[in-house]
Design a protein around this ligand. Structure first.
Ligand SMILES: *Cc1c(COP(=O)(O)O)cnc(C)c1O
Length: 370
């Protein structure tokens, strides 16, 4: 079915003209043969670091790898515990599991992110790291989490895959912890033509170690200093990243503007509850989610009216069969559960028109007036 309001912005972001422009850049790049750890990658990393206000940025294969390599650099391994949140995408928990560590989950708050007040009671002698997730473009209460982490001398790896340019009092997501992990997946606010990820850090030693880890542990061509893996961001993806990165402010600001419009209109509808907004935080609305009465009915109705709404996530990840071995059961995380029943995600991307935004409001109003 074709939608009146599409979830995906990709056909607009990469329209014919933009594709031609990018192909021109690629046709200049390809003859250089600079395919691995090439000059455009270095350039992209420098721009990325500057954009989020970090000292270093390092391109890797995916957002998942950005989390995995961060944990590997912290020597997280078998028998260790890593505290994260029950309300996330599988990649966060998967990254911990791939290091053969045990994910220890806590519930979220009404802003979808880790309830940092539940962290301290989960810390044991086996805890090696904390991985908060800045979900949906919202921010974890990182200042508070930093205090707890400091008290126990634990590193924080921020999963900021959904929160590029989100901030608290001007400090960007990804720069509170020892590292921050970002995804360049096509569905993320800054994307490339396939998979990609970025790690940011202010720590020189971490940067050095991560640089080795993503490239087989090679100090130079003939010296393998540590065991690493191959997780380099392809240089041709960096060519696309360099083309798009200058537009990230526009993408972010337009999403915020759209979200403000939706907030202001939806607050008049008693069946819709808008999650908390914070005057000292920049929320970047990777996902625009609100609580809706009769959510499933609204979802079906809006879809039938040509609005490509989504649900993040219909089954909380902690209830997935793959996670069963960690012993969590339905009901363990009541806030996460209730959000999975009440939240609906509306398109709010930068290529929506005012008519499309108004159309969504009209249809939601119609649904509850029926
Ligand atoms: C997308 C995402 C990831 C993983 O990113 P990939 O680039 O797809 O590997 C990790 N965590 C969260 C919360 C994400 O949304």
């Amino acid at each position: 079915m074709s939608y009146k309001v599409n979830w995906s912005y990709l056909p607009k972001q990469f329209n014919d003209k933009n594709i031609r422009d990018i192909l021109k850049l690629l046709s200049k790049f390809v003859p250089t043969g600079d395919f691995t750890l090439g000059k455009p990658l270095k350039e992209f990393e420098e721009k990325f670091a500057q954009m989020v206000g970090a000292k270093h940025a390092l391109g890797v294969n995916s957002g998942t790898d950005a989390i995995k390599l961060s944990l590997k650099a912290l020597n997280v391994g078998p028998g260790d515990e890593v505290i994260t949140t029950a309300n996330t995408f599988i990649a966060t928990i998967g990254a911990i599991a791939e290091m053969y560590a045990t994910p220890i989950l806590v519930d979220c708050t009404d802003n979808f992110c880790m309830d940092v007040n539940q962290v301290e009671s989960k810390i044991t002698s086996k805890t090696k790291a904390i991985v908060p997730v800045n979900l949906a473009g919202q921010m974890t209460d990182l200042p508070k989490l930093m205090e707890i982490a400091k008290k126990y001398n634990l590193p924080i790896v921020e999963d900021s895959c959904q929160c590029i340019l989100g901030n608290i009092e001007g400090q960007c997501a990804g720069t509170f912890g020892i590292t921050g992990a970002f995804s360049l997946h096509p569905l993320k606010n800054l994307n490339v033509w396939g998979d990609g990820g970025m790690i940011v850090t202010n720590d020189d030693e971490m940067y050095d170690k991560l640089s080795l880890l993503r490239n087989h542990g090679l100090r130079d061509r003939d010296t393998v200093e540590i065991m690493g893996c191959n997780s380099r961001l392809d240089t041709q993806q960096a060519v696309i990243g360099n083309w798009l990165i200058g537009q990230v402010d526009f993408i972010t600001d337009t999403r915020i503007k759209n979200a403000n419009f939706l907030d202001n209109s939806l607050k008049e509808i008693p069946e819709i509850i808008i999650p908390p907004r914070f005057s000292n935080r920049k929320l970047v609305y990777h996902l625009y989610m609100v609580h809706a009465k009769n959510r499933n009915g609204l979802y079906d109705f809006l879809r039938s009216e040509g609005i490509q709404v989504k649900i993040h996530y219909p089954i909380p990840v902690y209830q997935q069969p793959a996670i069963a071995k960690y012993g969590y059961k339905k009901g363990d995380f009541p806030v996460t559960d209730s959000q999975s029943n009440s939240l609906i995600s509306l398109p709010a991307h930068e290529h929506l028109t005012q008519d499309q935004l108004q159309y969504m409001i009209d249809k939601i109003t119609d649904f509850y007036r029926k």
